[in-house]
Design a protein around this ligand. Structure first.
Ligand SMILES: [Zn+2]
Length: 386
């Protein structure tokens, strides 16, 4: 059953200027009383009507408002009827978790991750409704990235893509995800958790007294270059590279292998081993394919972001140059590029806007006096030297 929670939702409807219900009622009353005195009505009827009108009382000021107010409160509290929206009053409505799950699909992936930690209600909803994560991913990236592989749920996938912080030491600034290992580590933690291929073989030999030829192929691996930098998923392709494994992955596969085959008889072992190896090697290949796609997606995202940032900076430069030329007196590009406030402004990767120009303009007016004097001195001294 869906849980529900009460949230205050501000209902902003456009305000419409119209006469109040009280005024309308009063006008209708005046009209009725005026028509009753018309000469076209016979005397007997007129007398009867005037007696009826005398029994009536005109609408009291505020009566319609009070009645309407009472009706509204009943209306809002009735769960079977829709909530009425008022410009003057925030709506208090119970929003069930199913509805929240749909509403949250309109957020960005990173916003969803933040929201998950803001309240227990949202955490519960986002833990239960994996389709919300999937919809948000599809809206943000389309087919640019693959679906998560087996063993990785949508939240974990989103956390690896958008989250930050080392998953070992909790260093808050780490953003590097090693897709080959499905972990996000800071550099020191990563270096402490990996071993190179020769050492990995020794660890397996020490952990397994039984034969285990080819078992290392069932463990996901990555590549390090001779400078100690992580290259990507896969195995070393040259003498200047090393294949590395996570210690925890080695321990896990050794434990599973022992569990599977420690009590197996000599007769049944070859057949079961063949099946087990095929299954685990297939998992490693799937991991490589997945990791390669994610690494490529990250590279493309970085390039796109860098290009977008450069374009925005160039637009700012052009916009401020035009605006500076419109100043009184015009500020030349030669002077403009010497102003420190301008230099700072064009380093910001945001689209130019009139507000940012209005913020920059007074600073330029202040700086230009000194810069123009300095340039003039330089030109003057240069003239005398030559
Ligand atoms: Zn760390």
């Amino acid at each position: 059953m869906a849980t529900s929670s009460t949230f205050r939702v501000s209902a902003q409807a456009p305000s419409v200027s119209k006469p109040s219900q009280t005024i309308l009622n009063f006008r209708a009353y005046k009209k009725r009383t005026a028509s009753s005195t018309s000469s076209e009505i016979p005397e007997s009827k007129r007398q009867k009507r005037s007696e009826e009108e005398a029994c009536r009382t005109p609408p009291k000021a505020g009566a319609a408002r009070i009645t309407k107010g009472r009706k509204k409160s009943k209306y809002v509290n009735d769960p079977d009827k829709p909530t009425r929206l008022r410009t003057t009053r925030p709506v208090q409505a119970k929003v069930v978790s199913d509805v929240w799950a749909l509403v949250l699909e309109y957020l960005e992936p990173a916003q969803l991750l933040v929201l998950k930690d803001t309240s227990a209600v949202f955490r519960e909803i986002l833990t239960r409704y994996s389709h919300t994560w999937k919809s948000v991913r599809a809206s943000a990236y389309g087919d640019a990235i693959p679906d998560p592989i087996e063993g990785l749920n949508e939240f974990q996938y989103s956390d690896l893509r958008e989250g930050k912080g080392c998953q070992s030491c909790r260093n808050g600034n780490t953003r590097k995800t090693y897709w080959a290992f499905l972990r996000r580590f800071c550099r020191p933690c990563f270096e402490s958790k990996i071993v190179k291929a020769p050492e990995a073989v020794k660890i397996m030999d020490a952990a397994l007294p039984m034969p285990h030829e080819g078992l290392i192929d069932c463990v996901p691996s990555g590549i390090m270059d001779s400078w100690g930098n992580f290259v990507g998923c896969g195995t070393a392709e040259s003498q200047y590279q090393d294949t590395v494994y996570l210690r925890s992955d080695l321990a896990a596969i050794a434990a599973e292998y022992q569990r599977e085959f420690a009590n197996a008889t000599e007769e049944e072992r070859p057949e079961r081993m063949k099946e087990w190896y095929a299954k685990n090697c297939s998992k490693v290949i799937d991991r490589f394919v997945f990791a390669k796609k994610l690494e490529a997606w990250e590279r493309d995202s970085r390039h796109t972001k860098a290009a977008d940032s450069a374009l925005k900076k160039k637009n700012r430069e052009d916009y401020y140059t035009i605006k500076a030329a419109e100043m009184t007196p015009p500020l030349s590009k030669e002077v403009l590029i010497c102003c420190s406030s301008y230099k700072k402004a064009i380093k910001i990767a945001k689209a130019p806007h009139i507000n940012s120009w209005l913020s920059l303009k007074p600073k330029l007016e202040e700086e230009r006096i000194q810069v123009e004097a300095s340039l003039k001195d330089r030109q003057t001294s240069g003239f005398f030297v030559t």
